[in-house]
Design a protein around this ligand. Structure first.
Ligand SMILES: [Zn+2]
Length: 248
């Protein structure tokens, strides 16, 4: 039995009275658990199992099993603001999907914390900032998953790159490439100085002004390609794709 901070990422009804949920936990990564009796009117889970709610999960975990038992969930922060607009909701779902698919382990809880931070950032953003904050949060998750891209130095030769240098971004190489190394990395995309600065600011958790739609689409494509290269297993990221489609 463990108690751990957790965020509800997904849930569906199971039989008459139960729900099965996916939780991003600080202690155990993303887990599936059954909440028996959660649909009963006086359930001890109350409204705690709403999507994107943070709380303390009481989990009975059986080694070797994929479905654990959730015996309690003390909600500490619900996020109804994410359900208030389709854009925020689909952005939050896209972040959740990255965790569901790739965060089966979470050393030190960094992924859980990055997700919580990202969900709050989306929830409190002005309308025009939702897209940028979602991208920032997604890059942070990608970094916590172990794939921070090289941005201020070349991913291959590690030469420091000048701020105003037009570089290329090689997904397979792991980030920005100097001119010489880019010649060895066919298919690398041109990354203008402004775009690299935006990525750097996101990685430092600095505020970035709202992006115009074409710039945002270019960033979306860059992120998607990077995720597919380093994390992808060939299966489509459906929530991510539908969020991306909503940005056109
Ligand atoms: Zn280089």
């Amino acid at each position: 039995m463990i108690q751990t901070d957790a965020i509800v990422l997904h849930g569906f009804d199971y039989r008459e009275t139960s729900r099965i949920v996916r939780l991003a936990t600080r202690e155990a990564g993303v887990v599936s658990a059954i909440a028996r009796g959660a649909k009963r009117p006086k359930s001890r889970f109350g409204l705690g199992l709403d999507l994107f709610t943070s709380g303390v999960a009481h989990l009975t975990m059986l080694p070797g099993r994929d479905l654990h038992t959730l015996t309690g969930f003390d909600a500490t922060r619900s996020r109804p603001e994410l359900a208030a607009s389709l854009e925020r909701f689909s952005a939050a779902a896209a972040l959740g999907e990255l965790c569901i698919r790739f965060a089966s382990e979470d050393e030190g809880g960094a992924i859980h914390d990055a997700l919580a931070f990202g969900l709050d950032a989306i929830g409190t953003a002005a309308d025009a900032e939702v897209g940028g904050r979602t991208l920032a949060a997604a890059w942070r998750l990608v970094s916590e998953l172990g794939f921070a891209p090289a941005l201020d130095s070349c991913a291959l030769c590690h030469r420091l790159l000048a701020e105003d240098e037009v570089v290329r971004f090689g997904h397979r190489s792991g980030g920005a490439l100097c001119r010489l190394c880019a010649a060895l990395a066919p298919g690398a995309r041109t990354l203008p100085p402004e775009a690299r600065l935006t990525l750097l600011r996101w990685s430092r958790e600095e505020e970035v002004p709202a992006l115009d739609p074409p710039t945002q689409r270019a960033h979306l494509r860059l992120l998607r390609e990077f995720v597919e290269e380093h994390l992808g297993d060939g299966r489509a990221l459906r929530a991510w794709a539908s969020w991306e489609a909503s940005q056109r």
